[in-house]
Design a protein around this ligand. Sequence first.
Ligand SMILES: *Cc1c(COP(=O)(O)O)cnc(C)c1O
Length: 402
Amino acid sequence: MNKKEKLALNGGFPIRDSYLSYGKQSIDDEDIKAVTNILKSDFITTGPAISQFEKEIAEFVGAKYAVAFSSGTAALHAACFAAGIKENNEVITTPMTFAASSNCILYVGGQPVFADIDPKTYNISPESIKSLITEKTKAIITVDFTGQPAEYDEIISLATKHGLIIIDDAAHALGAIYKDKPIGSIGDMTMFSFHPVKHITTGEGGVITTNNEDYFEKLQLFRSHGITRDSSKLKKYHGPWYYEMQELGYNYRMTDIQAALGSSQLKKLSNFLEKRREYAKKYTEAFSEIETLITPYQQDECNSSWHLYIIQLDTARLKTNRSEIFKALQTENIGVNVHYIPVYLHPFYQQIGYKKGLCPNAEKLYEEIITLPLFPAMSEQDLNDVIAGVKKVISYYSIDQR
Ligand SMILES: *Cc1c(COP(=O)(O)O)cnc(C)c1O
Protein backbone atom coordinates (compact mmCIF):
# COMPACT_ATOMS: atom_id res chain seq x y z
CA MET A 1 0.00 0.00 0.00
CA ASN A 2 1.49 3.36 -0.97
CA LYS A 3 1.16 6.61 1.00
CA LYS A 4 -1.76 7.86 -1.14
CA GLU A 5 -3.80 4.76 -0.46
CA LYS A 6 -2.94 4.67 3.22
CA LEU A 7 -5.32 6.59 5.46
CA ALA A 8 -4.05 10.06 6.37
CA LEU A 9 -4.72 9.11 9.96
CA ASN A 10 -2.26 6.23 9.62
CA GLY A 11 0.49 8.40 8.17
CA GLY A 12 -0.64 8.43 4.54
CA PHE A 13 -1.49 11.47 2.41
CA PRO A 14 -4.93 13.06 2.73
CA ILE A 15 -7.22 13.02 -0.30
CA ARG A 16 -7.40 16.83 -0.12
CA ASP A 17 -4.75 19.40 0.71
CA SER A 18 -7.21 21.90 2.17
CA TYR A 19 -10.14 21.37 4.50
CA LEU A 20 -13.60 21.35 2.89
CA SER A 21 -16.38 22.54 5.21
CA TYR A 22 -19.73 20.74 5.27
CA GLY A 23 -21.78 23.82 4.43
CA LYS A 24 -21.13 27.40 3.49
CA GLN A 25 -22.85 30.48 2.07
CA SER A 26 -22.53 31.72 -1.52
CA ILE A 27 -22.24 35.52 -1.57
CA ASP A 28 -21.57 37.42 -4.80
CA ASP A 29 -21.08 41.07 -5.78
CA GLU A 30 -24.82 41.53 -6.33
CA ASP A 31 -25.47 40.53 -2.72
CA ILE A 32 -22.80 42.95 -1.50
CA LYS A 33 -24.29 45.73 -3.59
CA ALA A 34 -27.77 45.06 -2.17
CA VAL A 35 -26.37 45.40 1.35
CA THR A 36 -24.33 48.54 0.68
CA ASN A 37 -27.36 50.16 -0.96
CA ILE A 38 -29.27 49.74 2.28
CA LEU A 39 -26.35 51.06 4.33
CA LYS A 40 -26.46 54.24 2.25
CA SER A 41 -30.25 54.58 2.54
CA ASP A 42 -32.47 56.10 5.25
CA PHE A 43 -33.50 52.85 6.91
CA ILE A 44 -31.17 50.15 8.13
CA THR A 45 -33.92 48.61 10.26
CA THR A 46 -37.76 48.73 10.35
CA GLY A 47 -37.65 50.00 6.75
CA PRO A 48 -39.25 48.85 3.51
CA ALA A 49 -36.69 46.12 2.67
CA ILE A 50 -38.26 43.88 5.32
CA SER A 51 -41.78 43.80 3.88
CA GLN A 52 -40.31 43.47 0.41
CA PHE A 53 -38.38 40.35 1.46
CA GLU A 54 -41.42 38.98 3.30
CA LYS A 55 -43.56 39.43 0.20
CA GLU A 56 -41.01 37.61 -1.96
CA ILE A 57 -40.65 34.69 0.44
CA ALA A 58 -44.43 34.32 0.81
CA GLU A 59 -44.79 34.32 -2.96
CA PHE A 60 -42.00 31.80 -3.44
CA VAL A 61 -43.54 29.26 -1.07
CA GLY A 62 -47.15 29.99 -2.02
CA ALA A 63 -48.25 31.38 1.35
CA LYS A 64 -50.38 34.46 2.04
CA TYR A 65 -48.20 35.93 4.76
CA ALA A 66 -44.58 35.94 5.88
CA VAL A 67 -43.06 37.50 9.00
CA ALA A 68 -39.27 37.85 9.14
CA PHE A 69 -37.32 37.39 12.38
CA SER A 70 -33.79 37.86 13.69
CA SER A 71 -33.23 34.09 13.58
CA GLY A 72 -35.01 30.86 12.79
CA THR A 73 -35.07 30.13 16.51
CA ALA A 74 -36.81 33.45 17.25
CA ALA A 75 -39.28 32.60 14.49
CA LEU A 76 -40.05 29.23 16.11
CA HIS A 77 -40.51 30.93 19.49
CA ALA A 78 -42.98 33.33 17.87
CA ALA A 79 -44.84 30.46 16.18
CA CYS A 80 -45.28 28.72 19.53
CA PHE A 81 -46.62 31.98 20.98
CA ALA A 82 -49.00 32.51 18.05
CA ALA A 83 -50.21 28.91 18.34
CA GLY A 84 -51.14 29.65 21.95
CA ILE A 85 -48.92 26.93 23.42
CA LYS A 86 -48.80 27.37 27.20
CA GLU A 87 -48.10 25.56 30.45
CA ASN A 88 -49.81 22.16 30.52
CA ASN A 89 -49.73 21.85 26.75
CA GLU A 90 -47.85 19.02 25.17
CA VAL A 91 -46.25 19.43 21.77
CA ILE A 92 -45.09 16.42 19.77
CA THR A 93 -41.85 16.71 17.85
CA THR A 94 -38.92 14.68 16.57
CA PRO A 95 -35.64 14.15 18.44
CA MET A 96 -33.70 13.96 15.15
CA THR A 97 -33.31 17.72 14.82
CA PHE A 98 -31.48 20.78 16.04
CA ALA A 99 -32.33 21.66 19.65
CA ALA A 100 -34.24 24.80 18.60
CA SER A 101 -37.20 22.73 17.26
CA SER A 102 -37.87 21.59 20.80
CA ASN A 103 -36.45 24.48 22.84
CA CYS A 104 -39.15 26.78 21.43
CA ILE A 105 -41.78 24.64 23.18
CA LEU A 106 -39.99 25.14 26.50
CA TYR A 107 -39.69 28.91 25.92
CA VAL A 108 -43.49 29.22 26.13
CA GLY A 109 -43.82 26.77 29.02
CA GLY A 110 -45.01 23.76 27.01
CA GLN A 111 -43.86 20.17 27.31
CA PRO A 112 -41.95 18.62 24.39
CA VAL A 113 -43.00 15.03 23.66
CA PHE A 114 -40.60 13.15 21.40
CA ALA A 115 -42.03 10.86 18.75
CA ASP A 116 -39.65 8.36 17.19
CA ILE A 117 -38.54 8.53 13.59
CA ASP A 118 -39.24 6.29 10.63
CA PRO A 119 -35.93 4.42 10.20
CA LYS A 120 -36.25 4.64 6.43
CA THR A 121 -36.99 8.34 5.87
CA TYR A 122 -35.49 9.56 9.21
CA ASN A 123 -38.55 11.81 9.49
CA ILE A 124 -41.02 11.82 12.38
CA SER A 125 -43.21 8.71 12.26
CA PRO A 126 -46.97 9.37 11.99
CA GLU A 127 -47.59 6.09 13.87
CA SER A 128 -45.47 7.30 16.73
CA ILE A 129 -47.22 10.69 16.77
CA LYS A 130 -50.56 8.90 16.92
CA SER A 131 -49.54 6.87 19.94
CA LEU A 132 -48.49 9.98 21.87
CA ILE A 133 -51.55 12.22 21.40
CA THR A 134 -53.29 12.99 24.71
CA GLU A 135 -55.87 15.47 26.02
CA LYS A 136 -53.00 17.89 26.59
CA THR A 137 -51.56 17.78 23.06
CA LYS A 138 -51.82 21.17 21.41
CA ALA A 139 -49.48 21.04 18.42
CA ILE A 140 -47.07 19.01 16.33
CA ILE A 141 -43.72 20.45 15.28
CA THR A 142 -42.60 18.57 12.20
CA VAL A 143 -39.10 18.81 10.74
CA ASP A 144 -38.48 18.20 7.05
CA PHE A 145 -35.24 16.46 7.87
CA THR A 146 -32.39 17.09 5.39
CA GLY A 147 -34.95 18.76 3.09
CA GLN A 148 -37.19 15.73 2.62
CA PRO A 149 -40.79 16.63 3.54
CA ALA A 150 -42.38 14.81 6.46
CA GLU A 151 -45.42 12.60 5.78
CA TYR A 152 -48.01 15.35 5.74
CA ASP A 153 -51.05 13.43 4.47
CA GLU A 154 -51.02 11.28 7.58
CA ILE A 155 -49.87 14.04 9.92
CA ILE A 156 -52.56 16.44 8.72
CA SER A 157 -55.24 13.80 9.11
CA LEU A 158 -54.14 13.21 12.74
CA ALA A 159 -54.01 16.96 13.40
CA THR A 160 -57.46 17.49 11.95
CA LYS A 161 -58.95 14.65 13.92
CA HIS A 162 -57.53 15.90 17.22
CA GLY A 163 -57.62 19.66 16.60
CA LEU A 164 -53.85 20.10 16.63
CA ILE A 165 -51.79 22.91 15.13
CA ILE A 166 -48.95 21.96 12.78
CA ILE A 167 -45.79 24.03 12.96
CA ASP A 168 -43.34 22.96 10.27
CA ASP A 169 -39.69 23.51 11.12
CA ALA A 170 -38.59 23.74 7.49
CA ALA A 171 -35.12 25.09 8.24
CA HIS A 172 -33.86 22.40 5.84
CA ALA A 173 -36.64 22.62 3.31
CA LEU A 174 -36.78 25.93 1.45
CA GLY A 175 -37.70 24.87 -2.07
CA ALA A 176 -38.80 21.35 -1.15
CA ILE A 177 -41.97 19.95 -2.70
CA TYR A 178 -44.51 17.61 -1.13
CA LYS A 179 -46.93 16.08 -3.64
CA ASP A 180 -46.90 19.10 -5.97
CA LYS A 181 -47.16 21.57 -3.06
CA PRO A 182 -44.20 23.65 -1.97
CA ILE A 183 -43.21 23.45 1.69
CA GLY A 184 -44.37 26.74 3.18
CA SER A 185 -48.12 26.50 3.54
CA ILE A 186 -48.73 22.85 4.27
CA GLY A 187 -48.48 23.30 8.02
CA ASP A 188 -50.40 26.05 9.84
CA MET A 189 -47.12 27.89 10.21
CA THR A 190 -43.79 27.11 8.53
CA MET A 191 -40.35 28.26 9.63
CA PHE A 192 -37.37 28.82 7.35
CA SER A 193 -33.90 29.73 8.62
CA PHE A 194 -31.37 31.95 6.87
CA HIS A 195 -28.29 30.86 8.79
CA PRO A 196 -25.26 30.69 6.43
CA VAL A 197 -25.37 26.89 6.08
CA LYS A 198 -29.03 26.96 4.96
CA HIS A 199 -30.32 27.43 1.40
CA ILE A 200 -30.12 31.21 1.40
CA THR A 201 -28.65 33.44 4.06
CA THR A 202 -29.19 36.76 5.80
CA GLY A 203 -26.31 36.18 8.24
CA GLU A 204 -28.73 35.30 11.00
CA GLY A 205 -32.43 35.32 10.23
CA GLY A 206 -35.63 33.37 9.86
CA VAL A 207 -39.23 33.66 8.75
CA ILE A 208 -42.66 32.20 9.45
CA THR A 209 -45.01 31.75 6.53
CA THR A 210 -48.73 31.18 7.07
CA ASN A 211 -52.13 31.53 5.44
CA ASN A 212 -53.78 32.42 8.75
CA GLU A 213 -54.39 36.12 9.39
CA ASP A 214 -54.73 35.69 13.15
CA TYR A 215 -51.34 33.98 13.38
CA PHE A 216 -49.88 36.61 11.10
CA GLU A 217 -50.95 39.41 13.44
CA LYS A 218 -49.72 37.61 16.55
CA LEU A 219 -46.35 36.92 14.93
CA GLN A 220 -45.92 40.61 14.09
CA LEU A 221 -46.86 41.64 17.60
CA PHE A 222 -44.49 39.16 19.20
CA ARG A 223 -41.58 40.23 17.01
CA SER A 224 -41.68 43.79 18.27
CA HIS A 225 -42.21 43.84 22.07
CA GLY A 226 -45.92 43.03 21.78
CA ILE A 227 -46.43 46.63 20.70
CA THR A 228 -49.03 47.84 18.19
CA ARG A 229 -49.68 51.27 16.68
CA ASP A 230 -52.59 50.01 14.59
CA SER A 231 -55.49 52.33 15.52
CA SER A 232 -58.07 49.65 14.85
CA LYS A 233 -56.45 47.46 17.53
CA LEU A 234 -55.81 50.02 20.29
CA LYS A 235 -57.85 49.60 23.46
CA LYS A 236 -57.54 53.30 24.37
CA TYR A 237 -56.36 56.43 22.62
CA HIS A 238 -54.30 59.17 24.33
CA GLY A 239 -53.24 61.08 21.23
CA PRO A 240 -51.24 60.76 18.02
CA TRP A 241 -48.11 59.54 19.89
CA TYR A 242 -50.00 56.67 21.43
CA TYR A 243 -49.12 52.99 21.07
CA GLU A 244 -49.89 50.00 23.22
CA MET A 245 -47.93 47.04 24.47
CA GLN A 246 -50.57 44.34 24.46
CA GLU A 247 -48.52 41.18 24.84
CA LEU A 248 -45.14 40.32 26.31
CA GLY A 249 -43.15 40.30 23.08
CA TYR A 250 -39.45 40.52 22.27
CA ASN A 251 -37.19 42.44 19.96
CA TYR A 252 -36.84 39.71 17.35
CA ARG A 253 -36.73 42.02 14.33
CA MET A 254 -34.67 41.39 11.24
CA THR A 255 -32.76 44.45 9.95
CA ASP A 256 -33.17 45.92 6.47
CA ILE A 257 -29.52 45.07 5.87
CA GLN A 258 -30.35 41.40 6.34
CA ALA A 259 -33.62 41.57 4.42
CA ALA A 260 -31.93 43.14 1.39
CA LEU A 261 -29.34 40.38 1.45
CA GLY A 262 -32.19 37.87 1.68
CA SER A 263 -33.98 39.33 -1.36
CA SER A 264 -30.77 39.24 -3.35
CA GLN A 265 -30.06 35.66 -2.29
CA LEU A 266 -33.60 34.57 -3.11
CA LYS A 267 -32.98 35.44 -6.77
CA LYS A 268 -30.35 32.71 -6.82
CA LEU A 269 -32.27 30.09 -4.90
CA SER A 270 -33.35 28.06 -7.91
CA ASN A 271 -29.71 27.80 -9.04
CA PHE A 272 -28.65 26.85 -5.52
CA LEU A 273 -31.32 24.15 -5.37
CA GLU A 274 -30.35 22.81 -8.74
CA LYS A 275 -26.72 22.44 -7.65
CA ARG A 276 -27.67 20.73 -4.39
CA ARG A 277 -29.93 18.27 -6.22
CA GLU A 278 -27.30 17.58 -8.86
CA TYR A 279 -24.58 16.94 -6.26
CA ALA A 280 -26.84 14.76 -4.13
CA LYS A 281 -27.64 12.66 -7.18
CA LYS A 282 -23.95 12.26 -7.96
CA TYR A 283 -23.21 11.18 -4.39
CA THR A 284 -25.98 8.60 -4.50
CA GLU A 285 -24.80 7.24 -7.83
CA ALA A 286 -21.19 7.04 -6.67
CA PHE A 287 -22.04 5.35 -3.39
CA SER A 288 -24.57 2.88 -4.78
CA GLU A 289 -21.79 0.31 -5.25
CA ILE A 290 -20.65 0.45 -1.60
CA GLU A 291 -22.51 -2.30 0.20
CA THR A 292 -21.75 -1.12 3.72
CA LEU A 293 -23.21 2.31 3.12
CA ILE A 294 -26.88 3.30 2.96
CA THR A 295 -27.68 6.35 0.84
CA PRO A 296 -30.66 8.59 1.70
CA TYR A 297 -34.02 7.00 0.93
CA GLN A 298 -36.30 9.36 -0.96
CA GLN A 299 -40.10 9.26 -0.73
CA ASP A 300 -42.16 9.07 -3.89
CA GLU A 301 -43.91 12.28 -4.94
CA CYS A 302 -41.51 14.44 -2.96
CA ASN A 303 -38.65 16.59 -4.14
CA SER A 304 -36.10 17.21 -1.41
CA SER A 305 -34.30 20.54 -1.18
CA TRP A 306 -31.18 18.64 -0.06
CA HIS A 307 -29.96 20.76 2.81
CA LEU A 308 -27.93 17.80 4.07
CA TYR A 309 -26.51 14.66 2.51
CA ILE A 310 -26.26 11.94 5.13
CA ILE A 311 -24.71 8.53 4.74
CA GLN A 312 -25.72 5.72 7.07
CA LEU A 313 -23.13 3.07 7.84
CA ASP A 314 -24.02 -0.57 8.02
CA THR A 315 -21.81 -0.81 11.09
CA ALA A 316 -22.44 -4.53 11.61
CA ARG A 317 -20.59 -5.19 8.38
CA LEU A 318 -17.73 -2.77 8.92
CA LYS A 319 -14.57 -3.44 10.87
CA THR A 320 -14.97 -0.29 12.92
CA ASN A 321 -17.52 2.16 14.23
CA ARG A 322 -18.87 5.52 13.03
CA SER A 323 -16.49 7.41 15.26
CA GLU A 324 -13.35 5.98 13.60
CA ILE A 325 -14.73 6.56 10.11
CA PHE A 326 -15.66 10.11 11.06
CA LYS A 327 -12.14 10.80 12.32
CA ALA A 328 -10.57 9.22 9.26
CA LEU A 329 -12.67 11.41 6.93
CA GLN A 330 -11.75 14.52 8.91
CA THR A 331 -8.07 13.65 8.60
CA GLU A 332 -8.60 13.28 4.86
CA ASN A 333 -9.63 16.99 5.06
CA ILE A 334 -13.30 16.30 4.44
CA GLY A 335 -15.56 18.40 6.65
CA VAL A 336 -17.93 15.79 7.97
CA ASN A 337 -20.54 16.38 10.63
CA VAL A 338 -23.28 14.49 12.50
CA HIS A 339 -26.92 15.62 12.28
CA TYR A 340 -28.13 15.19 14.93
CA ILE A 341 -27.55 14.16 18.50
CA PRO A 342 -31.13 13.21 19.53
CA VAL A 343 -32.31 16.35 21.33
CA TYR A 344 -33.33 14.68 24.58
CA LEU A 345 -29.86 13.14 25.04
CA HIS A 346 -28.41 16.60 25.70
CA PRO A 347 -27.55 17.18 29.36
CA PHE A 348 -30.20 19.89 29.74
CA TYR A 349 -32.98 17.57 28.60
CA GLN A 350 -31.63 14.72 30.71
CA GLN A 351 -31.64 17.06 33.68
CA ILE A 352 -35.30 17.92 33.21
CA GLY A 353 -36.23 14.25 33.15
CA TYR A 354 -35.99 12.81 29.64
CA LYS A 355 -34.47 9.34 29.58
CA LYS A 356 -32.19 7.54 27.19
CA GLY A 357 -34.13 4.85 25.33
CA LEU A 358 -37.12 7.10 24.60
CA CYS A 359 -36.81 6.86 20.80
CA PRO A 360 -34.82 3.75 19.87
CA ASN A 361 -34.86 4.36 16.11
CA ALA A 362 -33.45 7.86 16.51
CA GLU A 363 -30.80 6.67 18.97
CA LYS A 364 -29.73 3.84 16.67
CA LEU A 365 -29.57 6.13 13.65
CA TYR A 366 -27.49 8.63 15.58
CA GLU A 367 -24.75 5.99 15.99
CA GLU A 368 -24.60 5.27 12.26
CA ILE A 369 -24.73 8.57 10.39
CA ILE A 370 -22.24 10.99 8.90
CA THR A 371 -23.11 14.22 7.08
CA LEU A 372 -21.00 14.93 4.00
CA PRO A 373 -20.22 18.39 2.60
CA LEU A 374 -23.00 19.72 0.37
CA PHE A 375 -23.39 23.34 -0.71
CA PRO A 376 -23.74 25.16 -4.04
CA ALA A 377 -20.32 26.83 -3.88
CA MET A 378 -18.66 23.43 -3.82
CA SER A 379 -16.81 22.63 -7.03
CA GLU A 380 -17.05 19.43 -9.04
CA GLN A 381 -13.50 18.70 -7.83
CA ASP A 382 -14.59 19.12 -4.18
CA LEU A 383 -17.42 16.69 -4.81
CA ASN A 384 -15.08 14.16 -6.41
CA ASP A 385 -12.67 14.51 -3.47
CA VAL A 386 -15.44 13.67 -1.03
CA ILE A 387 -16.46 10.66 -3.10
CA ALA A 388 -12.85 9.47 -3.34
CA GLY A 389 -12.31 10.10 0.37
CA VAL A 390 -15.40 8.14 1.39
CA LYS A 391 -14.45 5.27 -0.90
CA LYS A 392 -10.90 5.23 0.44
CA VAL A 393 -11.96 5.21 4.10
CA ILE A 394 -14.85 2.77 3.72
CA SER A 395 -12.86 0.30 1.64
CA TYR A 396 -10.04 0.44 4.18
CA TYR A 397 -12.41 -0.50 6.97
CA SER A 398 -14.33 -3.03 4.88
CA ILE A 399 -11.35 -5.31 4.31
CA ASP A 400 -9.56 -7.39 6.86
CA GLN A 401 -6.77 -5.31 8.39
CA ARG A 402 -4.52 -8.16 9.55
C1 LIG B 1 -30.92 25.89 11.59
C2 LIG B 1 -32.05 25.23 12.26
C3 LIG B 1 -32.85 25.89 13.22
C4 LIG B 1 -32.53 27.23 13.81
O1 LIG B 1 -32.38 28.25 12.94
P1 LIG B 1 -31.47 29.50 13.33
O2 LIG B 1 -31.76 30.44 12.22
O3 LIG B 1 -30.05 29.04 13.36
O4 LIG B 1 -31.92 30.02 14.65
C5 LIG B 1 -33.95 25.22 13.71
N1 LIG B 1 -34.25 23.99 13.32
C6 LIG B 1 -33.50 23.31 12.44
C7 LIG B 1 -33.90 21.93 12.05
C8 LIG B 1 -32.36 23.91 11.90
O5 LIG B 1 -31.60 23.21 11.04
